[in-house]
Design a binder for this molecule. Structure first.
Ligand code: PAF
Length: 275
């Protein structure tokens, strides 16, 4: 992959890159399509990165289906599928990790200690191998996008980070490889994330500016479902990820939710600007 990318760069071809952990869905394909429209060559990687999973998380059971993903990518017209082995990414004796300091202290960073160190490290390794001009990430992992943008800025990485909108099922559920874990009842209950976010958006559109109150109301919706165990409902400034007591006009905010439905931990968000 390194040689291939070096060759492409020498020919002056622009490389678009979609890092994934596989079990691809339409959200991933929207990133492939965007990359194809903006670059000469599109590379997708599939690598379930062990360093971003906590000890009690789902690394072992994370859905893997190479043949399925391969044919989805072929159909989508992705040029190169990079599918590295653990021993190529983290060979024996590996010892370097990247720690983005501030933005990782809250939200996902708080509930999944070490997660963003694993993400920043693997994304940096993949960037060094693939040498992309542009890299594409889904807004569903809003904080991950912010961490990667910060790392790219701080380490002066020569890659443009492109964050693309969340792709949803018809009924509003955000697409995620983890939706596969949900049984029929949980799949219905999972819609409460979207319901809570929609309700909060409605409150803001009707003039509510108190973040604590809106967060509480989102939490009430999540707690009304017996299979749910919410981690957080939070409204943060979309740039700094800081919490503000009162929403301000002209400022963009993420409304963020992390919630377990049965044994499956789901995240979702809306990005909105207050008018
Ligand atoms: O979002 C993901 O799928 C992963 O966190 C990523 C960016 C591929 C790094 O392993």
């Amino acid at each position: 992959m390194q040689k291939l990318s070096a060759g492409l760069k020498q020919e002056g071809r622009k490389i678009g890159f979609i890092p994934t952990m596989g079990y691809l869905h339409e959200g991933h394909i929207s990133l492939v399509n965007k990359s194809k429209s903006e670059n000469d060559v599109t590379v997708t990687s599939i690598y379930v990165n062990p360093t971003q999973f906590g000890q009690n998380e789902d690394y072992g059971k994370y859905p893997r289906d190479f043949d399925r993903d391969n044919s989805i990518l072929e159909k989508a017209g992705c040029d190169i599928l990079f599918y590295p082995e653990d021993s190529a990414i983290y060979p024996a004796g590996y010892q370097t990790y990247i720690n983005v300091q501030e933005i990782t202290k809250v939200l996902e960073g708080e509930f999944r200690p070490g997660h963003f160190t694993g993400v920043a490290t693997i994304v940096n390794i993949l960037f060094n191998i693939v040498k992309p001009d542009r890299a594409y990430f889904g807004q569903k992992d809003a904080q991950q996008c912010a961490v990667i943008q910060q790392m790219t800025l701080d380490l002066k990485l020569d890659v443009e980070i492109r964050v693309m909108p969340i792709v949803r099922e018809r009924d509003g559920l955000a697409m995620s490889s983890r939706n596969k874990y949900l049984n029929e009842k949980e799949r219905k209950d999972a819609l409460d994330l979207f319901r809570a976010l929609s309700m909060a958006k409605g409150l803001i559109e009707n003039g509510e500016r108190n973040t604590e109150l809106i967060e509480k109301k989102m939490m009430e919706i999540l707690k009304s479902v017996d299979s749910s165990a919410p981690d957080y409902t939070r409204i943060v400034n979309s740039r700094s990820f800081d919490r503000e007591q009162e929403l301000r006009e002209g400022v963009s905010y993420y409304l963020l939710i992390a919630c377990r439905i049965g044994a499956t931990r789901l995240i979702d968000n809306f990005l909105l600007t207050v008018n």
